[in-house]
Ligand binder design. Sequence first.
Ligand code: F0G
Length: 495
Amino acid sequence: MKLKSLLNKLASEKELGSIPRPYFNHSVEKKKAFTAEQRAEVLARVGLNVFFFPSEMITGCDLLSDSGVTTMTNEQWAALHMGDEAYGSNRGYFALKDQIRTTFGEVFFNEPGKGEPNAFIFHQGRASEDALFTQVGRLGQNMIVPSNGHFDTTGANIEANRMQALNLFCDELADRDLGFHFKGNMNVVKLKSLLEEARDRVPLIYLTITNNTAGGQPVSMENIRAVSSLAHQYKIPFFFDACRFAENAWFIQQHEHGYKSKQVKDIVHEMFSHADGFTISFKKDGLTNMGGGLFLKADGLFVKKYPQIPGVLLDYQILKEGHPTYGGLSGRDIMALASGLAAVTDKEYLAYRINQVREFGEGMCSRGVPVVMPVGGHAVYVDVDKFFEGTKMRPDDFGGVALCAVLLAAYGHRACELGYFTFGHFDRVKKVDIFPEVNFVRFAVPRLRYEKQDLDAVAEAMRVLHNCRNEIPGVKVTYGRELPLRHFKARFEFK
Ligand code: F0G
C-alpha cells in the first residue's frame, strides 16, 4: 500500500523527459578506426559517390538508407532458423500469407487454390514495380501514372515502360507551417484537373506512404480517402507504394482527428481498405534485410478492369524470380519477414522509432541547420537551397552532393543527396540541367540500429558544416551527368 502511494507521488518517466528504449542490444558489431585523411583519400578514389564508399570505413552513422539495414529482433533471428528452403510451398510461405492477411486484410492474399492468384512475392520492391509496370505499360500509349511522389526506382520503372511518372506534391510541402502534419499528401486539385483532361491515359493512381520523395512526410487518411474516391469516380484503380505503411499509420493515429483511440493495426486496415493493390519493399516496415511484393485486392478495381494481368504476372514472376511460393526469397528470409511484419505495428516500437527521428531532426534544427519540418517518419531532410543560402553555391554546383562528401570525409557519417542531382537530369539536346522541385540531403535512420548519442554526433557535425558553408566547394560531374539513374553511377570532383 505504501509503495502504491509513493508511486502515485513520483514523477512518471514521461515527466522526467527521459524514456528508456523499448528494447536492448541483442548483439553488436564493433567499428574499425579510420582517420578523416584515409576517408578523404578513398572518397576521392570513388569519385565522391557515397554509394561506392566502403561501409566498413564509416566510423559514424551510416544514414544512406533505412532500407534493408534494420537490426532484427531476437525473434526474427530465431525465425531464420525455422526457414524452410523447399522449392515449393515452404513453411514460410504459409506464415507470410497469414501475416499479410492479418496486417493488410484478407483480400490481399487469396488462400491457395481459392480465387485468382493476387499475391506476388518478389526479392525487392523494385522487382515488383518492374513486374507491375511492364504489364501496365502494355495497356496503351502516352500514359501517365500520377503520384504524391514517386520514389526514384518507381519513377524509373514507369518511364522504362514508356509512361510518364508525374509527381503531384501538395502545396503545403513548400510552406513553413509547422502545424501541418501531412505534407506527403497528394495535390487533389491537380489530380482532378489531370483526370478531367486525360482520364483515358491514366492506368492507375499511386500514393506513396510515407512520401519518401517529399521529405518522408506522411499522408493523411483524409487524403487517402479523397484520392481513392476520385480515382474510383473516374474508374481508375488506386494503389499504394506501401514501404512505410506502419509509420504512416502512426502519424494518422497521432495527428489526425478521430484516430487517437484507434490502434495502429486498425488504422492500417482502414488505409488499405481504400486501395485496389499495392507494391511494397519489405526492407523498410517489413523490418527485414530483403523482400518485396505486389498485392492485388480480390475483386478490386484493378483485377476487374485488367482481368488478364494477374495470370501474366504469375508467369512473369516464375520467369524472373522463382516459384510463386518463394518469389525470389530464401525460406529463411520469408520467415524473418513474417516475424518482422508482426512486430512493426507495435505501439512502443513505433512511438520510439518516430520520436527518435523527430528528436534527431529537431536537434539539427536547434543547431541552425535548415530541415524540413515537421520531421517525417524515417529520415531527416536537410533543405540544401536554404543550407547554402547567401553562399556562392549554384544549382549546377550540386551543393547536396558536395555536402555529403564533406560530411563523410570529415566526420565519417554517410547521408545521400535526394535533390538536383538525383531527381534532375541533363537535357542532351539543349545541353542544360533540368532541376526538380525538391533539393534535399536525406539522413535516413535505420530501424533499431543507432542510439541518441550517435545521432547527436551527426547533428553536431552538421552544425559545424553549416557554420563553414561558405567554404564548401561545389562539385563538377566528371562522369554520368547524362545517364539515367545517374546518382548511383556518377563520379564527381570538387571544383
Ligand atoms: N518505394 C519507395 C517509397 C522506396 O523508398 C523504395 C526504396 C522503393 C520503392 C524500392 O524498394 O529498394 O526494395 O527495391 N527505397 C530505399 C531508400 C532504397 O533508400 O529510400 P527496394
